[in-house]
Design a protein around this ligand. Structure first.
Ligand code: SF4
Length: 356
């Protein structure tokens, strides 16, 4: 059976015509799916009984609840969703008067970033626009039902490289922001990337914010921890970004997980730190002339790259504050982000969806 969730207005109009309804029923379907977010055809009361039966015979809505929830001591919640026989995770992060959802866009990831647990698992499939929207709608509804903050922001920073699944990501973004859909401002949504050529299409076709996973401004060092650097260098990423206007509503930010040098647990596996004055200066040089901000991410105590037996020890507080102040004093807006949900493996780079 085909899913209705994830279809655009135009596609829903085609669905309506295909089951003998008028074209305008497509707009009604969009409202039931994306505004009222119903989970059954029986709730679509302004569609005739005959029309609903015809829809039921050929389509399903495509909504399904998470199969598991884990709650962190800091209030962060991690949800596990089944996708066929695989699983993906999403993370709900409440903070003061806002709640951000971090959604996954792929099952696993092809990019293989060495510091990321998702990256060590490899790629196991694309999520559809329905899979992406289902994470958002289910978790928003659970929050509202529990009297917790409804979602104010969504970040596409969970499992996967969003630009490597761009058709589905753009479709989900259209539905989230279109007036026939959820009518969210694109300013409430941030999409991340390690920087691959497909990001140009995202820049041209979406107005949502962009977050680039940078982590090291020296290309040769970045290539050691992020294989994507070899395909599309961070210098090319920045050159591309400089062709766009970031001085108004749309923002570009850079994620920078800080760690210090480690000797590696076996010879030859030393990890270059990225928190020294050389790195700070290179970062300033790379981003000069670009209207942007840098988010330094306090990483978990230490993450292992299972494949190469490398150990990434997080930078200490003092070093991160020095790094932030150095950049800020040189006119690069920089903040330190708290890592959230570490105790439930929900923090940045820790998502490894498994049923048990
Ligand atoms: S950091 Fe992002 S792009 Fe890199 S391996 Fe992890 S999920 Fe993929």
């Amino acid at each position: 059976m085909e899913l209705l969730l994830g279809k655009t207005l135009e596609q829903l109009q085609e669905v309506a015509l295909s089951v003998g309804l008028q074209k305008f029923a497509g707009k009604q379907l969009a409202e039931w799916l994306y505004v009222r977010r119903v989970k059954s055809f029986d709730e679509m009361t302004n569609i005739s009984l005959k029309g609903r039966d015809a829809l039921k015979a050929r389509y399903t809505i495509g909504r399904h609840q998470p199969v598991r929830e884990a709650v962190s001591v800091d209030g962060t919640r991690k949800y596990l969703f089944a996708v066929g026989e695989k699983f993906v995770e999403s993370v709900y992060i409440p903070e003061d008067d806002r709640a951000t959802l971090c959604v996954s866009t792929q099952i696993g990831c092809k990019m293989g970033c060495r510091f990321c647990m998702t990256g060590t698992l490899g790629f196991h499939g694309q999520l559809t626009a329905a899979d992406i929207l289902n994470q958002i709608f289910e978790i928003d509804q659970l929050a509202i039902a529990d009297n917790r903050l409804p979602l104010s922001n969504v970040v596409f920073m969970g499992e996967g490289e969003p630009m490597d699944n761009l058709d589905n990501v753009l479709r989900a973004l259209e539905i989230m922001t279109a007036s026939y859909g959820c009518a969210w401002s694109p300013k409430r949504i941030t999409v991340s990337t390690v920087g691959i050529p497909a990001m140009k299409r995202f820049l041209d076709e979406s107005e949502c914010h962009l977050a680039v996973s940078l982590h090291n401004a020296i290309p040769a060092e970045r290539a050691q921890i992020m294989p994507a650097e070899k395909m599309f260098s961070i210098t090319d990423v920045i050159a591309l970004l400089k062709q766009y206007d970031w001085s108004h509503q749309r923002r570009v930010s850079f994620e920078y997980i800080c760690w210090h040098k480690s000797s590696g647990s076996i010879p030859g596996n030393a990890v270059q730190g990225n928190d020294t004055i050389i790195h700070a200066k290179e970062l300033l040089r790379l981003l000069r002339g670009l209207n942007c901000r840098v988010n330094l991410i306090r990483f978990h105590e230490g993450v292992e790259d299972i494949k190469s037996n490398r150990h990434f020890p997080g930078s200490d507080e003092q070093q991160m504050e020095w790094f932030r102040d150095y950049l800020t004093n040189n006119n690069l807006t920089t903040t330190i982000r708290r890592s959230r949900g570490e105790d439930i493996l929900a923090a940045c780079g820790m998502l490894v969806a498994q049923e048990s």
